[in-house]
Every structure is written in structure tokens, then in C-alpha cells.
Design a protein. Sequence first.
Length: 134
Amino acid sequence: MTFWKEIKNLKMVIMGFEKEYEKICPYCKKNFTATHLSQVYCPEKCKSRMFRKRMQEKRKLANKESDVFQKNNALLKSLIDKGTSKITKKELIKLGFNEDYYLKKIMYNNNLLTLLEDYYLEALSDVELLIHKN
Ligand SMILES: [Zn+2]
């Protein structure tokens, strides 16, 4: 009898744990009971769907990044071609330059250099930039 009582207690303990496994699937937003604590997605195909979705988002982001890089490069090229190498940051942004996309920012001779693919920008002051070709 004590054995069965223990089993019953054990079952209740397990059921108690199961309550902690009540989760919400981050993909389909449905409630589900996980069979183990590390289970994140419901037993549907949400895990692979989420993986696919993340991959698509990554690819989209990579495309967007290369678009912005190309636009930034093309803009700097057109300015250099026109003979403009000194420009204010404000003007450059007004022309469509996206300052969030660059390869690297480094300090050189106390000046901040923003490296892009074919060009780099030298900050002459807080507002003025000098465009250099690599
Ligand atoms: Zn799901």
C-alpha cells in the first residue's frame, strides 16, 4: 500500500512539474505542454518554421545591408567625381547617406575615420567631413 501511495505522490510531483512546463510557443503563440523544460516550441512544425523565418529575415537584412553599402559608395563616388571632397555631415545625410552602415570607425591622428568599401570619411570637426578614396 505504501508503495502505491508513493507512486501516487510521485505522480503528483511529476504533474506539479508538468505545470511548470506550460509554455507559449513563440511562433504560433499557442499554449502547449512541453515534455521537457528545454522545449521552446510546440510539437507542431513551429521549430523548423521559426528557423526558416529567421533565415529569411537574415537574408533580407543582408540584402538591405549590401544595398545601403552600394548606395553609400555610389553617393561618395558621385561627390568625388564632381570634385566635392569636403562636405558637412548634415549635407551628406540629406543627400541620402546612411551613417549607420560602415565597415569600421577608427581614430587616426586624432581624427575619426569612417571606413566604407571604396572610400573613407575623415571627420575634420564635429560637422565637417573629408571624403577620401581608398
Ligand atoms: Zn507552435
